[in-house]
Every structure is written in structure tokens, then in C-alpha cells.
Design a protein around this ligand. Structure first.
Ligand SMILES: Cc1cc2nc3c(=O)[nH]c(=O)nc-3n(C[C@H](O)[C@H](O)[C@H](O)COP(=O)(O)OP(=O)(O)OC[C@H]3O[C@@H](n4cnc5c(N)ncnc54)[C@H](O)[C@@H]3O)c2cc1C
Length: 603
């Protein structure tokens, strides 16, 4: 680890809300090392050659082809990026892991789901929680693609309430094995996996326990038929039935009752990787859509010349740029946190677990934001194709269907929205993030007389950064008052939690985008970043709208009379532009650049 990382104070998870971050301290896609760029390029080549070129087979529910392509990815080392070298992987850092997840996911959601299920929730529980024997026995096979993995948590009666599963694990009389019986549902990779991470309950334990189970039909494991799904057509998804499946006691993962923790931590990593996995999908959709818009003639002109189409292209590109900014900022925070812990003497395993756990709030924020972006982008992509967008012969139809799953798995977006705010409040209560001090200061500011000095906003992003600082105050005002009012009961006020979460998400994504762009403008020159500056401004404008709506909704739901009036005044003050941006001009500028490049070229 560089001494620079060790000596620099790195923001803790959730602290972005109460501490200012300098643009020099955020990692951006433009900071990739030569090695990382090579990794990205070879991943892109693999996707073009092995996935995009066979798009029809993936759409045709060719599950065997998905498995074969996964094995090819394994031969190239792409399944072992995050796996330590001693277990047959490449042992690369978190940013590189994110990069591969990002660029391998562009061509079809089928492959990205299979890849995510195998490398993330199928392999990570063993690398993070397995003992030495388990890691030596299973991880090299998973890293090379010789074996494919799956993760069996969900049951017919246990979805979001994941710890309520009924699958049982009973210890044999001789104490040598557990006998697992139960039904799992929606299991990705089930049709071709060799290994399953299975969660089951021992006796009447409060929490479930994790097990590593080899897929052996002779051992009481049967599969349901392939689910008939809206999208991700060649990602295998089946029910898995266990009927007295014998699992040696040495294949228990971690300790008895630790399964829920394992499941949740695996999902934390999965969430930020899911955000990454939605990025290249958007870049490809934009590429196809703008290409179509450049060529499609209506009313004697390419449709790209219509303002209505330009607005779509601009918003699609902006979303993608915003998603990249937040995802790679958080990825590097995680990587640095892991390095710090390793330097402090933690094992790599322990460091990685704690590193990701630290940024669980950001992982949830990113999962929600980027999965919603990809759905928006593919929907607008389809619209740009018009009638052809509705045709299964053209790529938009499957992109649209594939994008829909992102809001459902790895914890639904409702659950992740509530988690993000809930975790932040818990961190504040534990003293890890000081929300109370800043929230009290905001309260005092509201009582005071606002300054009427004309601010100097002449520098790049001066107004936008001032606005982001005020948007943070909206969250502190709303969440601070809500916590005071409801205390631990706050989580029962779900609509309020959702509104607060919307504010939190917009703040993180807008700040990340501005900081990335400011950093690049400083080092590469403002002129070279003209479009990116426009995207950062357009996104902030949109974020302010969301925050105004969500903030108002929250305030009128729990404050009355003078308190309500004061908070609504604060909301107005904290969301006010001195100079309103001309969003039409911004969108036109962005769309013109994307149209001229015939694709998304900001990564
Ligand atoms: C294609 C696909 C692949 C999948 N792959 C896997 C896999 O590999 N392994 C695995 O274990 N699982 C997998 N899943 C399961 C997935 O994780 C679950 O579907 C998801 O967690 C939601 O659970 P559920 O479907 O039971 O919905 P439910 O939990 O029944 O939720 C239904 C609705 O209620 C909302 N809701 C639920 N609880 C609350 C609450 N407390 N407050 C507010 N709203 C709430 C949800 O947000 C949702 O909108 C997969 C699912 C799909 C569709």
C-alpha cells in the first residue's frame, strides 16, 4: 500500500454527507493505471468476440452456451480477478474487479447475471468466510471456471425477509454431516452449477447457517424447470430442491448461525458490482441508439436533429456518466480501506470484509441509482428506435427486458433505499458518523437570518458545489427532524424513509459527478471537459428537482404549523439557484457531442 493512502484521511462510509471532499481525493475512470486499462480492453475484446457476436444464441435461451462462455471467461482469468493468487486468481484490487464487472456486462444481461452470480455471491462467500481447507479445495476450481457456482438464499416464503427461510440442516447422529432439506427459488446458474452456497437453519436457531454443497444429483438435489422469465433469457434460473442432502460438517461456512451475516455481506459486494454491471449496458444502448438516430430519416432529416431525441440522448449519456462517477469513487474508497486494514495487520480476508462493510451505505445507494438509470436508458433507447424498438430482431427489445431485473435482485430497490438511510442513522447512533452536530447546526441556521451577500460564483462549479453543500442540509434537516420525532420507530415510516433516501442518493451521485469533472477540468483543461461539465450541471439540475419533491413530501408528512413553514422555507433556500442553468442548451450540447462521436465516449 502506498504511504500516501495510509497517511491520507479517507472518508468513512456515509461521511460524504457531513464532510467536504476535495476533487483531488476522488478516484475517477480517468485515473486507471496502464494495467487496469489493459484489463478493461481485453474484457471488451472478449465481450465483442464471445458474447456480442453471439447475441442471438443468448436470446435463444441457450443455457449451455452461457456455461461454455463462462468457462472461456475462466480460461482468460476473468472469473478470478478478485480471487487471491494463492487460490488461483489474479488477486487484483477492488477497482479492477469493478472494471471487469462493468465491461463484461455490456452485451447481454444473461451473461452478466451468470458472471455476477458465479464470481460474486457464488465464490465470494468462500474467499471471505471459508477456512483454509475450503478455500484450497474449492476456490481454484471456481476461479478457473472448471466449476461454476450458485447461491441459494431465496425460498418461496423467504425473499426480502431472507433470514426467514425454512430449509433445515440436521446434524447426523455420528456428528459427521448435516442433512439439508428444503426448497430454494430463483437460483441463478442452477442449471449448470457444480457448487451451491446454501443457507439453512439448524434446529430453531435465530439465524441461518451457510454451507458449501457440491451439486450431485445422487445426493438428494433436484432442479425445477427453467423459469420462464421476462428477460435475461439464457441466464439459468431454477428452483433447487434438497432432500436429505448430506453435507460433511467440514463444509459448513464460517460458524453456526453466521449465515445471515455472510448472506448480507456477500450482497453488499454484489450491490456495488451490480451498479458496475449496469454501466457498459448503458454505453452500448447509447451507441446503438445514437447510431440509429443518426441514420434514421424522417421528415427528410436524421431524427437526431430533433430536440426531442437530443433530450433523450443527453439524459441517457448523463446518467451513464453519473453512474460511473459514483461507482468508481466508492470502489476506490473500498480498495483503500482494504489496504489500510491490511497495513494494520488484518488478514486480506478480514480486511476485505470490513472494507466493503464500511461502505455498505454507498453500495446500496449505487445499486438503486444505477439499476434505475439502466432501465431509463434502455427505455429511451427503445423509444428512439420507434417501432423497430419493439421488434425482437433489434437489440433494444432485449436490452429493455434485461434491464428490469436490476431493481429486483441483490435486495429490491425498496429494501436498499430503506437500508441506506437505516444504516446511516445507525452509524450516527454509534458515533461513527456525526449527524447530530451538523443537523443541529442546520436547525440553528434555519432560525437565523439568511445572508443577502451576492456570492462569487465565477470559478468552475462554485455555484454547483455550494448547492450540493446545501442539498446535504436538506437531508440533515429532514432526517434529523424525523429521527428526533420518531426515534427508533422511524423505520416504520417507510414513505418518509424512501423520501429521505431519494435525497441521499441524489446528493451522493451529484457530488461524485461534480468532483470527477472538477478533477479532470483541473488536470486536462476545462475546454476538454466541456461536455462533462454540461453533464454534471444537467444532473445537478435534475437532482434538485428530485430533492425538492422528496423533501417537500417528507416535511408535510410529519411537520405541522410553524415548524412545517420553517422547514419548507429552508427547503426553498437550500435548493435555490442564483443562476438557473439553461437545461435545454446543456442537453443540446451533450447530445451534439454524442451524435458527433456516434456513441458514448466519456469512459
Ligand atoms: C432472475 C432472478 C434471479 C435471481 N437470482 C437469485 C440467486 O441466484 N440466489 C438467490 O438466493 N436469489 C435470487 N433471486 C431472488 C431475489 O433476490 C428475490 O426475488 C428478491 O430478493 C425479492 O424477493 P421476493 O421475490 O421474494 O420478493 P418479496 O420479498 O416478496 O417482495 C415483493 C415486493 O415487496 C417489497 N417488500 C418486501 N419486503 C418489504 C419491506 N419490508 N418493506 C417494504 N417493501 C417490501 C419488495 O421491495 C417488492 O417490491 C433472483 C430473482 C430473480 C427474479
Amino acid at each position: 500500500m502506498s504511504t500516501e493512502v495510509a497517511s491520507k484521511e479517507i472518508l468513512r462510509g456515509g461521511q460524504f454527507l457531513v464532510k467536504e471532499t476535495s476533487c483531488d481525493d476522488v478516484f475517477t475512470l480517468e485515473d486507471l493505471s496502464e494495467e487496469q486499462k489493459m484489463m478493461r480492453d481485453s474484457t471488451k475484446e472478449f465481450v465483442d468476440r464471445e458474447i456480442w457476436a453471439h447475441w442471438e444464441r443468448f436470446e435463444g435461451k441457450d443455457y449451455a452456451f452461457t456455461a461454455e462462455t463462462m468457462r472461456k471467461a475462466g480460461e482468460l482469468g476473468l472469473l478470478g480477478i478478485a480471487v487471491p493468487e494463492e487460490y488461483g486468481g489474479m488477486g487484483m484490487g477492488f477497482v479492477s474487479t469493478m472494471l471487469v464487472c462493468d465491461y463484461i456486462s455490456g452485451a447481454t444481461g444473461s451473461f452478466s447475471t451468470s458472471f455476477g452470480a458465479h464470481t460474486g455471491i457464488g465464490t465470494m462467500p468462500i474467499t471471505l468466510y471459508g477456512n483454509e481447507e475450503q478455500k484450497k479445495k474449492y476456490v481454484p476450481k471456481l476461479a478457473s471456471g472448471e466449476w461454476l457456482g450458485s447461491y441459494c438464499l431465496t425460498e418461496p416464503g423467504a425473499g426480502s425477509d431472507a433470514n426467514s427461510g425454512k430449509t433445515k440442516a440436521v446434524l447426523s447422529d455420528d456428528g459427521k454431516y448435516y442433512s439439508i432439506t428444503g426448497q430454494k427459488m430463483w437460483i441463478s446458474n442452477a442449471g449448470f452449477c457444480n457448487l451451491l452456497i446454501v443457507f439453512a437453519r439448524i434446529e430453531d436457531d435465530k439465524n441461518i447457517t451457510g454451507f458449501i454443497v457440491e451439486n450431485d444429483p445422487e445426493n438428494g438435489i433436484t432442479m425445477g424447470d427453467e423459469e420462464k422469465k421476462l428477460g435475461i433469457h439464457s441466464s439459468s434460473t431454477r428452483q433447487v430442491f434438497f432432500n436429505e442432502t448430506k453435507v460433511p460438517v467440514e463444509d459448513m461456512l464460517s460458524e453456526r448461525g453466521n449465515g445471515f451475516k455472510i448472506a448480507m455481506n456477500a450482497l453488499n459486494v454484489g450491490r456495488i458490482k451490480l451498479a458496475a454491471a449496469c454501466l457498459d449496458a448503458q454505453r452500448r444502448v447509447i451507441g446503438e441508439a445514437v447510431n440509429y438516430a443518426n441514420e434514421r430519416i424522417q421528415f427528410k432529416t436524421p431524427i437526431i436533429n430533433f430536440g426531442a431525441i437530443k433530450a433523450k440522448i443527453a439524459e441517457m449519456a448523463t446518467n451513464t456518466y453519473v453512474g460511473e462517477s459514483g461507482s468508481y469513487r466508492a470502489a476506490k474508497n473500498i480498495e483503500d480501506r482494504i489496504s489500510i486494514r491490511v497495513a494494520e495487520g488484518n488478514s486480506h480476508q478480514e480486511a476485505e470484509l470490513k472494507g466493503v462493510e464500511e461502505y455498505a451505505i454507498e453500495c446500496s445507494i449505487l445499486k438503486v441509482a444505477v439499476s434505475e438509470h439502466v432501465q431509463f436508458t434502455s427505455d429511451e433507447g427503445l423509444q428512439i428506435y420507434g417501432g423497430m424498438g419493439y421488434s425482437a430482431e433489434a437489440p433494444m427489445e432485449s436490452a429493455w427486458r434485461d434491464s428490469r431485473i436490476g431493481r429486483i435482485y441483490e435486495g429490491t430497490n425498496e429494501i436498499n433505499r430503506m437500508l441506506a438511510v437505516g444504516m446511516l442513522v445507525k452509524k450516527a447512533m454509534k458515533g461513527h458518523v456525526d449527524l447530530l452536530g451538523p443537523a443541529t447546526a442546520v436547525g440553528e441556521e434555519l432560525m437565523g437570518i439568511p445572508s443577502f451577500d451576492a456570492p462569487d460564483f465565477s470559478e468552475l462549479f462554485a455555484e454547483e458545489k455550494d448547492l450540493v453543500a446545501r442539498l446535504k442540509k436538506v437531508f440533515l434537516m429532514v432526517a434529523g427532524s424525523a429521527v428526533q420525532k420518531f426515534g427508533p420507530e422511524l423505520e416504520k415510516h417507510q414513505q418518509l424513509m424512501m423520501a429521505a433516501s431519494n435525497i441521499l442518493i441524489e446528493v451522493y451521485m451529484a457530488e461524485s459527478t461534480i468532483l470527477r469533472t472538477e478533477k479532470n477540468a483541473k488536470r486536462f483543461g476545462e475546454e476538454s471537459q466541456a461536455t462533462q461539465i454540461a453533464m454534471a450541471k444537467l444532473n445537478l439540475y435534475n437532482a434538485v428537482d428530485v430533492i425538492l419533491k422528496s423533501g417537500k413530501e417528507a416535511i408535510v408528512s410529519f411537520a405541522e404549523g410553524d415548524e412545517q413553514r420553517m422547514m419548507l422555507m429552508g427547503l426553498k433556500r437550500f435548493t435555490k439557484y442564483t443562476n438557473n442553468p439553461n437545461v435545454v442548451a446543456l442537453r443540446t450540447q451533450i447530445a451534439d457531442k454524442v451524435a458527433a462521436d456516434n456513441g458514448y465516449t466519456f469512459d
